[in-house]
Ligand binder design. Structure first.
Ligand code: CO
Length: 135
């Protein structure tokens, strides 16, 4: 079902401090920065091999990531798996009885199509599926 891990999402309070850690100390290339209003975050992608780390800073306390930070503090927020056909994958997940946060794909970072699976049916892991934008 899943081709590979697309990215690990990390919730941060201070985006610039986090970028400094990942870019300067960990040596990852920052390849994209975007405010994703629909998800209430300012996000950056850093390359690590063919995969990414996605740093997420909330646009406000009432956003999903803002609430996550208030409850749990900074840290790993979600795991994202890459798929080639997100519509087909969503149907497979529904058929398998999985509870979905997104019944249909929405726009994610860098023009991707994404959907989140409810952590209650995914072993308490917030799970994202990603169909990257065609290059
Ligand atoms: Co993500």
């Amino acid at each position: 079902m899943f081709a590979r891990i697309d990215h690990i999402g990390v919730a941060v309070e201070d985006l610039d401090a986090a970028i400094k850690l990942y870019e300067e100390t960990f040596g990852m290339a920052l390849v994209h920065r975007e405010t994703v209003t629909e998800q209430g975050v300012e996000a950056v992608l850093l390359d690590v091999g063919e995969n990414h780390v996605e740093l997420l800073a909330p646009l406000g306390p009432d956003t999903p990531v803002g609430k996550f930070l208030a409850k749990k503090g900074p840290g790993i927020h979600h795991v994202a798996y890459q798929v080639t056909d997100i519509d087909a994958t969503l149907e497979q997940l529904k058929a398998a009885g999985m509870r979905l946060i997104d019944q249909a794909p929405r726009t994610g970072i860098r023009g991707s199509r994404v959907a989140f699976v409810n952590p209650r049916s995914a072993g308490s892991v917030l799970t994202e599926i990603v169909e990257p934008a065609a290059h």
